[in-house]
Write a protein that binds this ligand. Structure first.
Ligand code: ATP
Ligand code: MG
Length: 240
């Protein structure tokens, strides 16, 4: 399988006033197509900063990041937006749905920026919603009429609708209770079994335990990168 993510000595430094803080200190790793990787680390360790780089929402200060073979630093803003839209589905802790807009419209949003014909848009929207575990009875509800777990499934459907090569999720279960979070994690496992590449960012070891590989970051460095063989759901709650 080819590398979808290739980071070599990626650093990120933020400068506020005259204080420069290096948040990522030279990360080197690759992720292959079809992997389900959890990136775990405590609050402030640089996870979201890394996710922004992986999602081409921000660029490294030094080092190189290649997304699906493209050196992201060499792309123009328009090309970046296009690569993001086509290759990546984002899922966030706070769902980021438009509240007064229907479930269907929320999922269709990424397709409005492409030239997809209406009939095809409808077809893909419904397929993505069913794939994310939402049944048709909610399609015309406004997103603020849904439970948190349903909102996150709609957000997952929106992430899927462009058929991206990569799903990037930052604390997707952070606003959900344990049982609902478990259902969302099982949805990611199902999508991965169907061949999707998933990168799941979390501070929670029980959430990370659903992935097949765990990369641990601490203070901007990778301190562990290992296969996770104990990702069976029955292991939930057992410290792997
Ligand atoms: N735009 C920015 N400007 C300055 N500092 C930043 C910026 N973004 C992040 N930081 C700093 O970088 C560090 C890492 O932040 P980051 O959001 O990546 O952590 P995290 O691992 O995602 O934490 P959490 O688990 O709390 O979400 C923090 O100290 C933060 O203050
Ligand atoms: Mg974060």
């Amino acid at each position: 399988m080819k590398n979808i993510i290739n980071c070599s000595t990626v650093t990120k430094t933020f400068t506020t006033g005259d204080v420069a803080t290096t948040v990522l200190k030279g990360l080197t790793f690759t992720i292959k197509e079809g992997e389900f990787v959890a990136i775990i680390g405590p609050s402030g360790s640089g996870k979201s900063t890394l996710m922004h780089i992986l999602g081409a929402l921000d660029s490294p200060t030094t080092g190189k990041y290649e997304l699906d073979g493209h050196d992201v630093s060499k792309l123009s803003d328009n090309e970046l937006a296009e690569v993001r839209g086509r290759k990546i589905g984002f899922v966030f802790q706070s769902f980021n749905l438009l509240p007064r807009v229907s479930v269907e419209r929320n999922v269709q949003l990424p397709l409005l920026y492409t030239n997809t014909p209406i009939a095809e848009r409808q077809k893909r929207t419904h397929a993505a919603l069913r794939n994310a575990g939402m049944d048709a009875s909610h399609d015309h509800h406004r997103s603020n009429q849904l439970s948190g777990g349903q909102m996150q499934r709609v957000a997952i459907a929106r992430a899927l609708v462009n058929d991206p090569s990569l799903i990037l999720a930052d604390e997707p279960t952070g606003n959900l209770d344990q049982k609902t979070g478990q259902i969302v994690l099982e949805t990611f496992q199902k999508l991965n079994n169907e061949g999707r590449t998933i990168v799941l960012i979390t501070h929670d070891q029980y959430v990370a335990a659903h992935a097949n590989r765990i990369i641990r970051i601490l203070d901007g460095n990778i301190v562990e990168d290992r296969a996770n063989d104990s990702h069976h759901p029955s292991m939930k709650g057992i410290d792997a």
